[in-house]
Design a protein around this ligand. Structure first.
Ligand code: ADP
Ligand code: MG
Length: 225
């Protein structure tokens, strides 16, 4: 059987004043049911790679395939819907909408694929309660700690029960204990029908993944299997 996510011969260049080649002929297959850690120094292309997988950016060369479907990067509308339904994204920080409450941040992610406001609100409340934030529903991101914001980001990422979770240094701005809690929450989202990829500088967390990948020379290398 083919892998769930197949990256084939991906290259990514940025054309600023001079051309920067970030990813070079990168090929890798990801399977569901697993959690992958992506390591590598700053500037090695981790975020660039995650932005391609989330279809936020497009490769300069190469293809991305989910199951049997090769992504057409000219079809923004279809890709936006695919992302909303199937990909939950968690960033390092500041990715919540500042003018919306915790509840609204989570609720809006559900509303983007389903127009039932009542159901979205009920679902968002239940999810926030489950992760220990029922007393923070009406707080704005500026009124919440870094750890609380990351919990909300994770709730937002999972409310549509996505097949893929991408987390870009999700614990990078947290103190060690909070980082452990957030990593645990992310780890708890593992399921047979889901692929999780997270970028990190933390080897302790990376070692807990099923598969540890390292960015080197614009490509990925498996460190363990
Ligand atoms: P990492 O996440 O591993 O720290 P990034 O993927 O953010 O690395 O960046 C990899 C390289 O690509 C860096 O040299 C960065 O400056 C460059 N880069 C990233 N995004 C852009 C962009 N939009 N335009 C130009 N250069 C970029
Ligand atoms: Mg990055």
């Amino acid at each position: 059987m083919n892998s769930f996510l197949q990256l084939k011969n991906i290259s990514k260049h940025f054309n600023t004043d001079k051309k920067i080649k970030v990813l070079k002929n990168l090929s890798y297959n990801f399977n569901k049911g697993k959690m992958y850690a992506l390591m590598g120094p700053s500037g090695s292309g981790k975020s660039t790679l995650l932005n391609l997988i989330s279809l936020i950016d497009r490769p300069s060369l190469g293809s991305i395939q989910f199951n049997e479907n090769i992504i057409n990067f000219d079809n923004n509308k279809k890709n936006d819907l695919f992302r909303a339904k199937n990909i939950g994204i968690v960033y390092q920080q500041n990715n919540l909408l500042p003018d919306f409450t915790a509840l609204e941040n989570v609720y809006l992610a559900n509303l983007s694929i389903d127009n039932d406001r009542e159901a979205a609100s009920t679902k968002a409340k239940a999810l926030l309660k489950k992760i220990g934030l029922s007393n923070r529903l009406n707080h704005f991101p500026s009124q919440l700690s870094g750890g609380e914001c990351q919990r909300i980001s994770i709730a937002r990422a999972i409310i549509n029960d996505p097949e893929i979770i991408l987390a870009d240094e999700p614990t990078g701005s947290l103190d060690l204990n909070t980082a452990k809690e957030i990593f645990q929450l992310l780890n708890n989202q593992k399921s047979p029908n889901r692929l999780i990829i997270f970028a990190t500088h933390n080897r302790f967390f990376a070692n807990k993944a099923d598969c540890l990948l390292e960015m080197t020379n614009g490509s990925v290398k498996t460190i363990n299997v």
